[in-house]
Design a protein around this ligand. Sequence first.
Ligand code: RIB
Length: 297
Amino acid sequence: MTRVVVVGSINMDLVTLAPRFPAPGETILGERFLTVHGGKGANQAVAAARLGAEVTLVGAVGDDAFGEQLREGLARENVQLEHVARIADSSSGTASITVAEGDNNIVVVPGANAHVTPAQIEGARLAFDHADVILVQMEIPPESVEATLRLGQRVGKPVILNPAPARKLPVEWLKLARYLTPNQHELAILLGADADENFHSLMRRSPAPVVLTRGGDGAWFREEGEPVHQAGFKVDVADTTGAGDTFNAAFAVFLHEGLPTAARKACAAAALSVTRLGAQGGMPTRGELDAFLTARA
Ligand code: RIB
């Protein structure tokens, strides 16, 4: 069983389904509203647990009703919560998500996620020691992302940095990551490059190996200096929220099987995740993933 530590955000997702995205200043009528559990850290933890990993999450919720509901949801998914803090006088993180036209847009209010500190990460050292792989994203303070990369380095465990939402990071930090898993847009921001620079050239000059996600078009990675493409799997799309998180979790869980297999399984898991509503709604179990891959072999 792969042991995964996920360091990252925990949000309540407030999801509106709409026929299209409203223009700035415009009001339109939506079709449906849902409150579902999300946050990139929590999503990656749940996806990894459903795929059979033993998962510890390092993060924070507020002392509001959402905080309790989010903890209960994670516990039901067998995610270990001893490193999830409850922050007094803070709201839990929220994400206002509009799903329309086969895509989504998201506004995140960090709330308690802004209180995930380097000291809290240091406090999870034992969990890092026992882990096979660490996953971290960027909805927590940058100094805590850095602390995760440095602790992973110190205890000799590979850290996968999913740079979402993207911001430019010091090259020193990026070098500490075993893999970076951005999309093209995130990679350009991360490296401070032009938005229109070709992704192959961005991948070549990245300070750490990149596994680049391309939505329905799958993923690219490099082996022995050569670019390799893993094609995406065609499915009917209900909601793309959380697809990147599912990709990252599966990639971490199956990394010990080698890069090509990990990328293939990650693309398949991400494809399954978009077939149902909500970030965590479509995340497959290990059995569902195996059955899907057998059917598509
Ligand atoms: O990656 C999807 C997630 O991004 C959502 O669940 C939302 O909470 C935002 O953090």
